[in-house]
Unconditional design. Sequence first.
Lengths: 285, 334
Amino acid sequence: MSAVTQVAPVGARLRLPKVPPLTALAGVFLVVVAACALFPGFAPQDPAAINAAESLQGPSGAHPLGTDQLGRDTLSRLVAGARTSLLGPLVLGLGVTAISTVLAVAAGWFGGRTDAVISRIIDFFYSVPALLVAIVVAGVTGGGFGITLVVLIVFGLPMHVRNLRAAVMERAHLPFMEAAVTLGLPTWRVVLTHLVPTIVPNVVAVFFVTFTYGVVELSSLSFLGLGVPPGAPDWGRMVADNRAAVFTDVWAVAAPAVAIVLLAVSANLIGEHVQRTHEQSRKER
Amino acid sequence: MTVATAPQGSARRALAPGLLRYVVVRVVSAVCVMFAVSIVVFLFIHAAPGGPEHAIGGELATEEQLESIRQRYGFDRPLPEQYLQFLGGILHGDFGESIIQKTPVATLIGETVKVTLPLLAFTWILAMGAGLALGILTASRPGSRLDRFSLGMTTLGASTPAFVVGTFLAWLFGVQLGWFPALGAGEGGLDTVRHLVLPAATAAIVLLAVTTRITRVRVGQILEEDQATFARARGLGRWWTLKHVVLRNAGVQLVTLSGSVVVSLFTGLILVERVFNLPGIGSLMVDAIHDRDMPVIQGVTFCVALLVVTVNLVVDLVCMAIDPRLRARLETNR
């Protein structure tokens, strides 16, 4: 960090704006979830241990968040479920971000026929709801986490390719860009070292937006019983399995539901923060 | 879709050649898309693990059963011939027979649509009405408390899955307060309406985030344009400006929005029907997936695709009908 400060004072100014407390809390929550995903050993009890005698109990000393219908410890299942609940949106976010950046740069920078082909395909996919296709594909192929992710990535692309393409086209005619082309730099160098760095904030924003959608869509699929295999401790699945508990003891449903919303809201808040700081720094320049 | 802020083109009475070509191209391409969809849907049964015989007979079917299935459904004939038969069925509204329930798929869809359609209409009115009202209100008072509150709510709304909202509403208003029934579709009449309140509210709340934000952004843009300032300078009232400046200009975006609301509602309703145990088309689909009931999956997919394509087509044509600037561009771009 300090090296960066010395070399690029402008970059240092980017990091200076104070982080709002809510955004800081969101960051802390993401770190906690990431820690749970990396070290499932944090779970105080065996997340799969069934104890019918203790089903649907409220919070107690032994079970801080109560138990589910099969008497499994809710807190332990939350910790164990952090992995799939985080990994899915993460893969989705990275996949969409990487592919949409490549497509957007290709369409926006090279223009012409490349742009026409990419834009037509994107237009076609635009009006198709991703989650619906994921549900149908799961129904036809018998499901599976991998294929669901692929569908959500492909159908999650259009909006972001469009936005990033617009950003690329906006930057493509800036003076330093034209200077680089005039100097005769090879295309890959102009694109990688001059063009791509200017759209990094947009790309980061795409990641956080898709991550949020990933949390919402993947947990929705788990809730429908598609995606993660049965029995796996996944947050969406936990809500579905304990749905009947809203009539008796609400903790087994509320805990995973709140965890899902917190995860999505946290990613959303951080994404918006990144965008805001970027806009501010652009105005200052 | 962007709208040029070019000078208003004169409205053309007769169907201009550019417009006619646009309408024909849009309708033809919609029909082509539906043909493509029918091919994909037809191939579903062949893409199923274990092949089409197992998809119908189940994994434990004996060789004789498989053989009789092959003959009955014609899986031993060449693919194009099978497809033509499938297409012929679809054109007559025949999607085959459910494997589990042994009833025609068309009948099942007809029954479930009776539950889904009122819910869809109810939700659409709620989401569009409230979204428009909130969007216009917040756009005319940017930075107000209501504006900041609705911005926070849209962030929350975009991050909350429909099934979480539904479970929460079912718990709060269904179980804790007991105002509305939390499960089931009701016995008809007023009872059905009471049963639809919570499901419709759930789907509408999730969509409200989108409808409010889009309305807010577009109306805000228009209110900053010279024509809005000029209307205000002429001393014209708030309602006049809203009707003649804001709604006329935002029409295209709002129509597009209302179309995409219908499309995304279909996904939302699958979740909502699950939460509230409603026997609608979404529940039919999810049950069919779990039972691996392929003809039902095919039928529902085709019907939903038909709806999506039709809505998109209607939206495009309505946009052309209400905005003379788009029509004028068609003529100049030729």
